[in-house]
Structure formats: structure tokens, C-alpha cells
Design a protein around this ligand. Sequence first.
Ligand code: FEO
Ligand code: CA
Ligand code: CA
Ligand code: CA
Length: 640
Amino acid sequence: MAKDYASMEDSNRSSNPSIHDISDPTRRTLLRGGLGATLSGLLAPLGGAAALTACASTGSAGSPLLGFKSVPISTTDTIVVPEGYTAQVIAPWGDPVGLSGENHAFKEDGSNSAAQQETQLGMHHDGIHYYALNGAQSGMLVMNHEYTDEGLLFSDGMKTWTPEKVRKAQAAHGVSIIEVEQRNGQWALVNPSPWARRITASTPMTVGGPAAGHALMQTAADPGGRRVLGTINNCGSGITPWGTYLTCEENFINYFSGGDTPSEHEKRWGLKKGGAGGYRWHEHDARFDATKNPNEPNRFGWVVEIDPSNPSSTPVKRTALGRAAHEGATVAVTQDGRAVVYMGEDARFEYIYKFVSRDRIQPGGARANATLLDHGTLYVAKFNADGSGQWLPLTHGQGPLTAANGFADQGEVLIKSRQASDQLGATKMDRPEWIDVDKNGWVYCTLTNNSNRAVGKNPGLDATNPRANNSMGNIIRWKDEGDFHGTTLKWNHFVLAGDPANTRAEARGNVKGDMFACPDGLWTDARGVLWIQTDMSTSAMGKGDLARLGNNMMLAADPATGEIRRFLTGPRGCEITGATGTPDGRTMFINIQHPGESPSERSDPAEPGKLSNWPSGKAGSRPRSATVVIRKRDGGLIGT
Ligand code: FEO
Ligand code: CA
Ligand code: CA
Ligand code: CA
């Protein structure tokens, strides 16, 4: 029987409060469903051809996993959940983290200072995880803040731009750790809390793995190349069996301003003069001016490991996992106790990766596994048309990854993961977003969309990315042969998203159940339900192929039957991000990101509540990203 790493105590822990000090027999269920299954020694044998065809087009309706009545498409400025369910808003952007009192309160007009924002929840909530302190009664919520809307963040938007405003924007990024507790089915933040912590774009971090100290990681402020300030554009997340949180740096390059003549490396990563995201940090913070600090962008695009059980711990950028526009990082465990981290790179024609640790997970929590993610092998996926596939190692000296081809050492292979994957001939995907593992060892990945996929282009269509102008997205799944560390795989399409009424055949899809588009977030709960969250972009919403789909939504899928049922619709202009739950399966937490977002992704500061006033509902109020607590009125299991 596999060891239950998550519940092992760390006897060496200091006097800091520790989640490992609290006995919780259900703690194993904190792990994603696939992980929990793996830790129980469950690894279904590969099912061969029969299993490979068990996709969305087979199976019968009326899944035993899904007991709720689906909700309709919505264009209202509210959260809609099925009959018998409630949705409670907590932890909106700007609420204090671990503090209370007037000086820390959110100001409706966007006039909070940078110093105040440093002690408040960041903007644009994304990946999230519940770490139980007392089972389903209290715990920590650790969540990402992906990016900022300066039209909401400041009273006057970007009309003026100052060092103080840059500092406030940087403070609204990163990660929040908050304590929450339940009283009679209602959840609330606990302030003050010994666990509460903000991690921002300025928080000191260290670098681990083969790229630590590399010449390409060295800057004037950090000649050793091992100490970085902050994390940015934290999108999806992951958890480890040793109790840590993985936050993923996605569109980091947008914050950096390049020069007139970018290098080939800078071009491959999309560095632009003035920055690609309109953040303008480089105007007052030279760290983000790549003409002055050309290696600073190399210090972002990593998966960052945080130990929430130790509020004074230093986050570590894990370079062995490769550099990418990382969406998420999902950990599975092999039968011999090694960690496998699956990662998607959300950009058009980029790749899917997995990291296999060299060493086995040790009992003793975060401290005992402090360097586990620094040693191992990174692979990139190549999918074949016949349903097979290979994991190609990004190992220096193997195949084309040599000094003659521009890779001096392993550190350079990892810093230039995209170029290495190009050389290896990996499969260029339709924007891989979240990945999760089901109870039978199938690994699912959302391919959100790709408007540039076209016949006759290079790359054109392929078996895994089969639709031109892929406006609707799809979900593929694979099973690694032998175990999660296997270097060959079998794959199939779980579902091609779409609207059955679409006149464009390529956007119709094969959904067995309720229509949806642009899958992004994925989470397998303890019962095995695969939760799918959508991110139809605000520039595309309500038009063209997405005309009839309304607001973004969350759906529940039964991996066995392929049935998909719409569970929740969000307020206007939002996307649904991140999902987690209490170990008893009776409370679910999700995030609502960027309610009221305009197609330009920045609000008009003169009319901050023009498109949405969620969650307050008060006319003219600023829309605020927030966490939503979902419960059943009868206290039952979510999804039943
Ligand atoms: Fe930040 Fe790929 O979504
Ligand atoms: Ca996402
Ligand atoms: Ca988004
Ligand atoms: Ca997305």
C-alpha cells in the first residue's frame, strides 16, 4: 500500500503554527481526486482500444455522479446555481488579509494606497486550494491573483502613472493566504490569523534547480542569479502531497519592455517594446525594462513553490520544471513514490510538459521534500495521429539539445524550454490550460481555443488539434503507459466543445449534455466529478460562434459516461477560475475573475461599474473578483 505522505507529521518543524500539527484523518482527500487515488495505490491498467474509445460520444445519460438539475445559459449580472444550492461571496479584491480595522478597509473609489494593497487581497483571483486546519470547519485558502485592471485599481485609471501606482499594481499581484471558517454553513475570513500572508510581485524568493545561478539568470541587482523579487501573472495552481502550493507564472512577458531589435530568444518569448500587456511598470521600475536588465525576464515563467504551513518560508522558483507561460501544475504520484508534475503552456501553438522527480517523496512534509522538485527529468509531449504518443526528454546533450544548437547546458535548455521543444518536434497545441487526473489515471487537459489554427498553415491541423479556427476548444486526455512516469502514452478526445446549432460545422462539437466553449479550469473532486470552468474572452463573448453561450460558466462532467451538465453561470464579463473544496465534499470554493471586464481588459475609471456591479449589486460600484462558496441547502455533497 502506498504511503499517505500528506498526513505524515513534520517532527522537525519550528514553533511556527503548522497544519501538520493538527490530526486530520481525512486530510488525504485534500489532494485532487487523482492524487488521492494514486496514494491509495490505485493505478488502473491501461484499458487498450476499448478504454480509448470510451469518450464523450459513448455511455448513457443520467450519470449516477450528477444529481442536480442543470442551469440555463445566463446573461444576468449574478451567480446562478442549481435548485437546492447556495452561493455565498467571500474574500473580494481589497478585503484585508489577516488584519482588521478602518486603516485596512477597502475603499470603493479605488483610493487605497500601495501600502494598504500590500495587506489586502489582490485582484483577479485564479487558482485556489483549501488546506484544512480543522477538517471542514476551518482552513487556509491559498489563491492566485493573475493580473490587474488599472481602471478599477486606481481612482483615475492610468491618466497619471507614478512609482506609487506601480507599487500598488505590483502589490495587487501574487498570492493571498487567508484563514476561513464555517459557522452554520456560512463562511467568513478569520482576522487576525497567524496564517495570513500576502506574496506579491516584490516578495523575495529563491531559485532552485539547474537554472539557479545560471549566467542567463544573473542581473546587476542579483549577480548570483539565485534571488528574485516576486511572482507575476499567477494563473493556475497545483498542490503537492507534502503540503505545499504551486503557483504558476503565465503571461509574464507582457510586463517587460524590450528594445527595437529583440534577440532571437526575446522574439521567441514575445518580448515587445513598451510591453505587450499595457502594464507600463518599466516606466518607473527599471527591473521591468529589459533594455536595462535583459536577464530579468528569464527569472519569470517558472512554477513557484510556497509552503503555506510556514508563514515565514521563502517561496522557491523551481527551474527543473521548465520555463513557460505556465497555466497550472498538477502533481500525480507514481507507484514507487515519485512526483510527476503535468503542466500546460497556455499560448497558441505551445506545448504540454511533465516533470518526473528523480527521488521519492519522503515523509516529513515540506522540509523533508525541500529539493524534491529540483532534480528530475522534464519531458514535452508529442501526440501521434494513431492515438499513441511520446514524452520527449528536455535533457542537455540528448538529441538536438547540444551546445552546437545553442544550449550550453541544462540550465539553458530549461530557460529556453520553448526553443528546446521546437527542436524536439513536440506537438504544437491549441493553448493548453489546466490539467487534472481522474481516479483511473486518465490525465485531462483543456485546450481552450486557437483562432490561428488553419488548414494549409504551418502548423496546420493535426489529430489532437483537429479544428480550423478553433473558437470552441476541446479537452483531450491521455494515459501514460506503465505509470505516470511512462515515456509513451495513449490519448483520445474527451470532448470537442461547441454549440450544436452552430452553422459552422467545426464549431458544433460533440458535447453530450449542455453546450459550452473555451474550457479552462479543471478540477476532479473527491467523488470523481470533473469540474470544467470556461473562459470565453470578453472580446469574443456574445458574438460569432459564441453568440448563444451567454456568460462564462462551470459544468460538471462524469469521466465514465462523458455526460456534461451546466452547474453554475457567472456574472457579466467574468471568467470562472480555480476550484477546491473541504475534505467532506460539502463545501466548494471557486473564484470569479474580472467581473465586468471590457474587451480591452481595462475599465473606464469614469464608469467603473458600467458592465457589472458584482458582487455588491449597487449601481456604480466597482466590480470585484471574489471567492464564491457553494453549499447545498440540505448540507449534502456538492454535485448530487
Ligand atoms: Fe490565465 Fe491561461 O489563463
Ligand atoms: Ca486560466
Ligand atoms: Ca483569462
Ligand atoms: Ca483562459
